[in-house]
Structures are given as C-alpha cells and as structure tokens.
Design a protein around this ligand. Sequence first.
Ligand code: OGA
Ligand code: NI
Length: 358
Amino acid sequence: MNFLQKWPEPVVPVQHLSDTGIRVIPGRYVKKPSERPSNVESAVSDINIPVIDLHELYSEDQLLSQRAASLIDSACREWGFFQVVNHGVSHDLMVRTREAWREFFHLPMEEKKKYANSPSTYEGYGSRLGVEKGISLDWNDYFFLHYLPMAIRDRKKWPALPVSCRELIEKYSEEVVKLGEKLMKILSVNLGLRENYLSEAFGGDDNGACLRVNYYPKCPQPDLTLGISPHSDPGSMTLLYPDENVSGLQVRHGTIWLTVNPLPNAFIINLGDQLQVVSKGKYRSVEHRVIVNSVKERVSLAFFYNPRGEMPIKPAEELVSEEHPALYPCMTFDEYRLYIRKRGPSGKIQVESLKSHP
Ligand code: OGA
Ligand code: NI
C-alpha cells in the first residue's frame, strides 16, 4: 500500500479555518451547485427514519417481539437506516464518552497534531478522506481508531487527554459491540439465515470494529459545502451516536435527502456495503451525507462494524440458486476499502459497480 504512505498536500484542520473567523470558505470546500445542500432536489421533511424499541423485541409477549423483528426487517429493506431505543447501552456512558471527545477536539492544535494520521491506516487525527491530489474536501475533522480485532488495538494511539478518554472509549466500545452482536443476530434470522450467520461471515470473534469520531465546526457558508459528501459505509453495519442537540445527518430516500431527527439517547443504525453483498441486495446500504451550520458545532461517534480484513466476503450460499445468482463477486474487506481510502466519499458507485447484471 505504498501509494498510501503520505497525504499529497498539507492537511489543514477545518477547525483551524473555523477558528480564524473566515467569512468565505476556501474553494476546495465549495461543492458544485448540484451537490450543495440547498439544491432543488433536496427537501427537509417531517418523515423520520423508523424507530425500533429493542425492549419490545426481547419481550415475553411473542406478538410484540415478532412485531419488532418485522419492523426491523422492513426498515432494513426500505430504508437501510433506523434508530434504536432501549438498546441496553448506558446513557450516562454515552454522554460522558461524547463529551470527552468534545473536550479532545477543544484541546490546543499542538496536542491534537500529536495524533496526526496518514493514509496508510487512517488511524489518528485527520481531516481528509481520499488521497487524490486536488480532491474536493469536506467540512469535517475526525479521529479514527481500531477497537477490534484485539491484535491491532493499540491504546497508545488513542488520545491521552482528557485523562478519562481511553477508559471511556474502551467501556463504550465494549457495550456498543454487544449491541452490534444482538443486531447481527436479528438481521440473520430476518434474512432466513442461522442466528450466527452474519457474525461468522464477518469473521466471528476476529471481526473488525473501528470508531470514527466526527467533529464538524461551525461553518460560515454552510449552504456551499457538506460535512461529509454522499457515501455508503463500506463495512457491515454502523452504530452512530449523533449529537442530539444538532441535526446534520441526511439520508437518501428515493430522490430526496431526509434530515434525520435524532431521538435522545438513541443509536442510528445503518447497513454497510458488506451487508448488501452478503444478503445479495435483499438489504442495501443507503447513501447518506452530513450538512453543517453556522451556529453550532456537532460531534458524532460512528462505530463501524466491519469484516475481518482478510476475510473473503461473498453472498450467502443459502440465498443463491440457479434462478437467483450471486450478483456480487467474492472480495476481502481490505481490498474493498482501498477504494474509499483512495478516492474519498463517492456515493454508492463502488458497491453498485461490482454488481453483475444477469
Ligand atoms: C460517517 C457518517 C454521519 C454523522 O462517519 O460515516 O456518515 O452524522 N457520519 O456524522
Ligand atoms: Ni457514513
């Protein structure tokens, strides 16, 4: 992966631009008119993505639990996105973890720059996705770290400040992984597969899990740019803890971009490209993007559940027959994710381009 050793240009944290009080954003952040948040295709509407009460799913009442399972199934088919409440992750831990990260982003730049990342692994503090020179940039700084597999977890690469940060990351991730495992079981059963199918297909105990903490500073011209350009997440499933006080995430639903209204203490779950491949398109990853604003910063924690890097991923054999061909080729996740790492967010181009048309 030699081409990924260094960024092609000096990286300027967006927070730095925001803090200098500029009124006009640099040209590299200005999107083409058709890609701006306010283009005519976009609409903010009252519809929200489905909300699932996980408490109901585990209820003794069979009717209630079946209803919850089928709500998840239709959310996966129709939206690729849903929110979960009563999910078992401690609310207090969620808030403390997010606020510790906010503190990190408010540390002096010299402190954060100690963790400056490179495109070889993306681990650390960064502001850029994609290594092509002259690429369009998003209004976002982030911190990216590996939690699983255990063999590549390295706490020394996580922020040492604020002092509670490393411990909170560990506790938070441990609980989020438990929630992720529960959801993988539900999705497997909903797809007509064995309960452990998806978890095993993605590498079992050796699957990957990464945390990307996004920081979106205030932006003087929010109508011209995006916090993250349209993309689908490359991995299996994402558990997003957004800033409840500031909306920003938009989900593509047909031809419109819908602004998600985050519920307090909920997780926003979305399916990644690898789930689309394994489920042979029964479930689909869905494009999403982030808009920014001029009044409030926003912090979000995106926990990515990923296949183990060397694991070949292919459509579930149970879903493939002569009449219903596999549609997607077999590929490892390490190979798959090079695309987004090189090119940056590119809608759903990658997963769609793999598809064969029988
Ligand atoms: C991501 C992402 C959404 C958000 O990090 O992949 O889509 O609301 N984040 O920050
Ligand atoms: Ni995403």
